[in-house]
Design a protein around this ligand. Structure first.
Ligand SMILES: Cc1ncc(COP(=O)(O)O)c(C=O)c1O
Length: 338
């Protein structure tokens, strides 16, 4: 890959606190027989933290340049992405409009509570599919904003897209600097949870750029057709690399996604995920969220148990945040003694 001129040239709105810590999880690493590092993007601080902060730092300059006064996005009732968009809108003096899938609940907990605290305008839609899918839903909301005299800017589901991906290409560079100053080589494996797959795509690009021998593995948190999903991640990676000025073209065969850990479904905690939450809390004082990172870490454990990740490997787990959802699932977590 060639030098990264464009990557440096992009405008960035500063929201989070970087670099985020790179922490050794020695106790759990020893139990698994690997050298385990965790990139603490849950600790990037802005609006409750998480992976969307890095993405938005690169998306928002375009929103500001467009003269928008309203940021619109969509997600589930417990969307971390929607919560951080709401916080970012407030920080920039813009109006947040969230189209959330689900029935308006009587109370508010977890991310929805934080959306309320950020005083977001929330539109509840029974089913995104009935609304014609997320793109049509967002466009309909944009028309509504225009008809009341506003100027909307749409941020796609999950902050997906090449611009947002720049944030996670940067994250690899940031991590490389941390490894260098600790005298450590690049990891043998990088494991991350995957929703839209855009974080995975960007990490893939960053790794191909700086860590040629690192294997990047995504653990999907929702049921998806694996071949189409891998093709989608490859397309996102290719687009992001082009925008970043790094070059590179990938196909589905270049992308590794483990589909074994999403059950029972998106947004529903799994037994393995809850066990992973308990393990990291008990052994390391680190909190995972039930929807994304718990399933991702359960996947990491499974990869080690199946020896897909061999004993003695160095493994980097990227903690993408999502902690507000822990409180939403308090009953489930308490029921298992977590
Ligand atoms: C906490 C957390 N982790 C991981 C992801 C997945 O990121 P992506 O949509 O880029 O795959 C999300 C997306 O909403 C998230 O909120």
């Amino acid at each position: 890959m060639t030098a990264n001129k464009n990557l440096i040239a992009f405008d960035r709105v500063s929201l989070g606190f970087f670099p985020t810590p790179l922490e050794a999880l020695d106790r759990v690493g020893a139990q698994l027989g690997i050298r385990l590092l965790i990139k603490r993007d849950d600790l990037n601080g802005f609006g409750g933290g998480g992976n969307k902060v890095r993405k938005l730092e690169f998306i928002l300059p375009e929103a500001l340049a467009s003269g928008a006064d309203t940021l619109i996005t969509t997600g589930g009732l417990q969307s971390n992405h929607a919560r951080i968009v709401a916080a970012a809108a407030r920080k920039l003096g813009l109006h947040p409009l969230l189209a959330l899938e689900g029935k308006a609940p009587a109370g508010a907990q977890g991310n929805l509570l934080l959306d309320r605290l950020f005083d977001a305008e929330i539109v509840f839609v029974d089913s995104t599919e009935d609304a014609g899918g997320p793109v049509a839903l967002l466009e309909a909301q944009a028309e509504r904003v225009k008809s009341r005299g506003g100027k909307p800017y749409i941020i796609p589901l999950g902050g997906a897209g090449a611009r947002g991906a720049l944030g996670y290409i940067h994250a690899v560079r940031e991590t490389q600097a941390q490894l260098e100053s600790a005298g450590l080589p690049p990891p043998d494996f990088l494991v991350v949870s995957a929703g839209t797959g855009s974080t995975l795509a960007a990490l893939h690009v960053g790794a191909r750029w700086l860590w040629p021998s690192t294997q990047v593995i995504g653990i999907t948190v929702s049921r998806k057709d694996e071949t189409a999903y891998r093709a989608g991640v490859a397309r996102q990676a290719t687009e992001a690399a082009e925008l970043a000025g790094l070059g590179g073209t990938w196909t589905a065969d270049d992308i590794v996604i483990d589909t074994g850990y999403f059950a029972p479904g998106y947004g529903e905690p799994s037994d393995g995920g809850v066990a992973a939450i308990r393990l990291l809390a008990r052994e390391e004082g680190v909190l995972l969220d039930p929807v994304y990172t718990a399933k991702g870490f359960d996947g990491l454990i499974g990869l080690v148990r199946r020896q897909r990740i061999p004993q003695g490997s160095s493994v980097l787990f990227v903690h993408t945040g999502g902690l507000p959802a822990l409180y939403h699932f308090a009953d489930r977590l308490a029921a298992t003694g977590a």
